[in-house]
Ligand binder design. Structure first.
Ligand code: SF4
Length: 81
């Protein structure tokens, strides 16, 4: 069993769950609602160094950051991105 780090994204420690929860949710959205991949990556790199990230979830809002970061209208509740 791999160790789960608190500053990890869901995709980092449970790829199957990521696909089930996040990949599926995002694939159900219209493409115009999704941010470009480079923007998502920039946002998630900020989350990875944020003390509010806990196992893929943002402790400030309770969301999966990989979903929030993927949305065109997604915003960090602390305005970090
Ligand atoms: S969304 Fe904002 S507050 Fe939440 S983990 Fe990412 S950078 Fe931190």
């Amino acid at each position: 069993m791999s160790k789960i780090c608190t500053r990890c994204l869901l995709a980092d420690f449970d790829r199957a769950k990521y696909e089930q929860l996040i990949g599926k949710s995002l694939s159900d959205l219209p493409p115009e609602d999704l941010a470009p991949f480079d923007i998502r990556d920039e946002r998630l790199s900020v989350c990875r160094s944020c003390e509010k990230l806990n196992r893929g979830t943002c402790l400030a809002c309770g969301c999966f950051v990989e979903i929030r970061a993927a949305l065109v209208r997604g915003r960090c509740p602390y305005k970090n991105w």
